[in-house]
Write a protein that binds this ligand. Sequence first.
Ligand code: PEP
Length: 249
Amino acid sequence: MTNNNIYFVANWKMFGDVKSVNSLNRVIKLTKSKKYKNIKIIYCPPYTLLDRLVGKTKNYNIDIGGQDCHFDMNSGAFTGSISSTQIKKLGCKFVILGHSEKRNEGDTNFIINKKIKSALNSKLNVIFCIGETKQEKKRNKTFEVLKKQIFECLKNIKIKNNLLIAYEPVWSIGTGNVLYHDDLRIVVNKLKNIVKKKYNKHIKILYGGSVNTKNISELKKVNNIDGFLIGNASRNVNKFIDIIKKSSN
Ligand code: PEP
């Protein structure tokens, strides 16, 4: 990963079919423009589309990532799972780990730690998601929770430029509620300081949670953010492009 990019991660979740692949044509065109040379677009489709999207984007400045991987990087009897090695061998460069939707399905910090180790061993870059729930925020536990997620999930891991953090408040994902302005700036600053102090490393922080064409102009004013993880709005190519253009103005 280079260091001066603004990231736009498209998390398609469990949506999309072969027809969705063509929606990348306009995004590919956008990446050819000099105006957008500092943006890094990463598509994270369902596993069924990884291969096609890798093929579609291989000559362009777009990377592809998985939405999860198993903690064992080797092949094994893990029905329904995919390994970091398999994702890497397809030509993907990234994997999302620690997403709250996977935590809801049972991923603990301990498991996420093992998954991150597996992904890094497979030479994938990791988009590591953290975030507090509504109740935790109400009880003023935000930083306690975020610190715990960072320390436990990154235990015994040497952070290099191969990991970025996506701060995604759980109460914000898919709800239309967003953290703005100084409230967001403060969290992002604190997270950067926590990582710097503990790992002596400057880390990139993305924001995720209901980013859309209407709120992006306000969100982009938070100038310590290094990019965005976009769920629902990333599946509509017009909206996705609009978000990128508005962030780059
Ligand atoms: C996400 O899936 O990580 C996400 C941020 O989703 P949405 O943009 O739909 O809130």
